[in-house]
Design a protein around this ligand. Structure first.
Ligand code: CTP
Ligand code: 5RP
Length: 479
C-alpha cells in the first residue's frame, strides 16, 4: 500500500464488514455464512425483521468426545488455531437477533472456555457448568435463564438448542427454526437417512427393518418456546435425563407439543469421529478460498502479470486492483486472500501496512488471512540469503497476527533460456548465419518457458490460498 489508510476509511470499512456479516450478501466472510446450498434461498424465506422477540441459544459442550478418541474433548480441538466451539459460538453471535449464547461446559473446562471467550472476543456468551449426560447439560443451560435475580440472563421467548460440535449453521435455518418454534412451540432440523435403520434381536439377528423413506435423522438446531422446553425438563424422568437423546421427544411427551420439522443442509452434521474434524477443516478452507484480491504495483509488467494471473485463477472470484489506499482498504472487507504483485525487491512495508489495516478492522481474529507476495524478477539473480532471512522474519512476525505470508518469485529476465545459453550452444548459435531464424527460435523457447511459469504461478498461488499451510509461511518459492 502506498499510503496508510486513514482512520475514517478504516472505520467505514469495519462498519461495512459488520453490515455484510449481518446481511444476506452472497459472499459473506465467515465459513458457515457461505455454503453453496444457501445461495439458493427459497422464496418463502422469512425476513430478518420479523424476529422482534428475545431469542437465546444453549450450546451443550460438556461432553468428553469418547468416539473421537482424543484426550482433548472434540469441541476444544482446533482448526486454524481456533477451537471448534468458537466457530459454533460465532455462528450464533454474529446474528443481531440472538441476544445471548449460553455455553455449557464441564466444570474442569470452565477456565479453558473463559480463555476462549476472551481470546476470540465473544461478547454474548455466558458459561455454565454441565452435567453427566447431554440432557442434564442442556437442562443446566436452560436453568441459567430461570434465575430471576440474575439480570444478565433474562428469560428468552424462544431458545435454540444446538450441539457445540455442529459448527456450520446458517442464518436462514436458524430463522426458520426460531419462527416455527414461536408459532408451534417446538421445531427441529431433520435430514434424510443415509442408511436404513434396522432392529436387531439380542442374538444379533435381524428383527425387522424400517422403511427408510418414512424416517428422518433428527439433527440440530432445535427451537422451543422457552417455557415449554423448561417445563418438559422439569417434568421428565431420571431415566430420560440419563438415557434420552431427543429434546423434541421431551416437549412432546411432557408438554404435548408436536415439533414442526424443517429439512436442513448436509453441513449440519455432528463432528463425532476424527475424520469429521478433517471434513470440518475442508469446509472452512473451501469457504475461505472462494475469492481473492490481486493488487498490482504500478509497473507495467506487474499490471500485465496481474491480469494473466487473474485468468489462470479462474476457479476463484478475483478482482485486480492497483496498489493504493482506497482500493486496498475497500477490498479488505471482501476477501481474506491477497496477492500482491511487484517488480521491486521488497514489499515488507506494504505487508506491514496491510497487517495494520487487518488489525484495525479485526480482519484476522477469526480466520487466517493469506498474503501471497509475487515478485517479478527482471534479472536472473536468485534471492540472496539476507533477502530470504528478512522475508522469513517478516512472515513469522505477521503469523503472530494470524496472517500467513508466502512468497513466489517468477523470473522474467530477457536472457535466453538456460538450455540455450550454455557455452557450447551459444558458440554454435554465433556461427549461425540466418539470424532471423535463430531469433525466432530463441524467442519461441522463451515464450514457452514464460507460459509454463505463468501456469505454475497460478497453480501454486491457488494451492497456497486453499491450503493455508502454517508451516509453509515465509517460504520464497520459485517458478
Ligand atoms: N454430558 C454431556 C455430554 C454431551 N454434551 C454435549 O452434547 C453435544 C452432542 O453430544 P455428543 O456428540 O455425543 O458429544 P460427546 O458426548 O462429547 O461425544 P461421545 O458420545 O463420543 O463421548 C456435544 O456438544 C457435547 O459436548 C454435553 O453438553 N454434556
Ligand atoms: O441429533 C440429535 C437429536 O436430538 C442429538 O444431537 C443427538 O441425539 C445427540 O446424541 P448423542 O449425544 O448420543 O450423540
Amino acid at each position: 500500500m502506498n499510503t496508510a489508510a486513514t482512520n475514517a476509511e478504516l472505520i467505514e470499512t469495519k462498519e461495512k464488514m459488520q453490515q455484510e456479516r449481518c446481511s444476506s450478501s452472497d459472499r459473506p466472510l465467515d465459513p458457515g455464512c457461505l455454503l453453496p446450498q444457501d445461495a439458493e434461498r427459497s422464496a418463502d424465506q422469512p425476513g430478518r425483521a420479523v424476529v422482534d422477540f428475545p431469542v437465546a441459544a444453549v450450546l451443550p459442550a460438556g461432553g468428553s468426545g469418547e468416539r473421537m478418541g482424543l484426550t482433548t474433548p472434540k469441541q476444544f480441538c482446533s482448526i486454524f488455531n481456533r477451537p471448534l466451539i468458537s466457530y459454533t459460538i460465532q455462528a450464533f453471535e454474529r446474528l443481531p437477533w440472538i441476544v445471548m449464547v449460553v455455553v455449557v461446559v464441564a466444570k474442569d473446562n470452565h477456565d479453558l472456555m473463559l480463555n476462549i471467550v476472551r481470546k476470540f472476543n465473544h461478547t454474548k456468551v455466558k458459561v455454565v457448568h454441565g452435567g453427566t449426560t447431554r440432557h442434564r447439560s442442556i437442562y443446566n443451560g436452560l436453568q441459567a435463564f430461570s434465575d430471576s435475580t440474575d439480570s444478565s440472563t433474562p428469560k428468552p421467548k424462544v431458545v435454540i438448542i444446538h450441539d457445540a460440535v455442529r459448527p456450520f449453521v446458517e442464518e436462514d435455518l436458524l430463522l426458520k427454526i426460531t419462527l416455527a418454534a414461536k408459532e408451534q412451540g417446538a421445531s427441529g432440523a431433520i435430514r434424510p437417512l443415509v442408511s436404513t435403520v434396522i432392529a436387531t434381536t439380542s442374538e444379533s439377528y435381524l428383527d425387522h427393518s424400517l422403511e427408510r423413506a418414512k424416517y428422518r435423522a433428527s439433527e440440530m438446531p432445535q427451537g422451543f418456546l422457552y417455557d415449554i422446553i423448561f417445563q418438559a425438563y422439569q417434568r421428565c424422568s431420571e431415566f430420560d435425563l440419563e438415557f434420552g437423546t431427543e429434546c423434541l421427544h421431551l416437549a412432546l411427551q411432557y408438554c404435548g407439543t408436536n415439533a414442526r420439522l424443517i429439512e436442513g443442509p448436509p453441513t449440519l452434521w455432528k463432528v463425532t469421529y476424527k475424520r469429521d474434524l478433517a471434513a470440518a477443516e475442508a469446509i472452512i478452507k473451501e469457504t475461505l478460498s472462494v475469492s481473492a484480491c490481486i493488487i498490482a504495483e504500478a509497473e507495467e509488467e506487474a499490471v500485465e502479470l496481474a491480469k494473466t494471473l487473474q485468468k489462470n485463477l479462474n476457479m476463484m472470484e478475483t478482482d485486480v486492483i492497483p496498489c493504493g489506499k482506497e482500493s486496498n482498504v475497500q477490498y479488505l472487507s471482501k476477501t481474506r486472500n491477497f496477492i500482491h504483485i511487484s517488480a521491486s525487491a521488497s514489499s515488507s512495508l506494504w505487508v506491514l501496512e496491510m497487517v495494520k489495516c487487518f488489525e484495525d478492522i479485526d480482519h484476522a481474529r477469526l480466520y487466517p488471512v493469506v498474503i501471497v507476495w509475487v515478485q517479478l524478477s527482471m534479472t536472473k539473480q536468485s534471492a540472496d540469503s539476507q533477502e530470504t532471512d528478512e522475508f522469513m522474519a517478516l512472515a513469522s512476525e505477521v503469523k503472530q497476527r494470524n496472517v500467513l505470508l508466502y512468497g513466489i518469485k517468477i523470473d522474467h529476465s530477457k536472457e535466453w533460456h538456460p538450455v540455450w545459453s550454455s557455452a557450447a550452444v551459444a558458440h554454435l548459435l554465433q556461427a549461425w548465419t540466418c539470424c532471423a531464424f535463430r531469433d525466432a527460435l530463441l524467442h519461441t523457447s522463451e515464450l514457452e518457458q514464460w507460459q509454463r511459469s505463468l501456469e505454475r504461478l497460478g497453480q501454486i498461488t491457488l494451492v497456497l490460498i486453499r491450503d493455508r499451510n502454517m508451516a509453509l509461511t515465509g517460504q520464497m518459492l520459485h517458478v
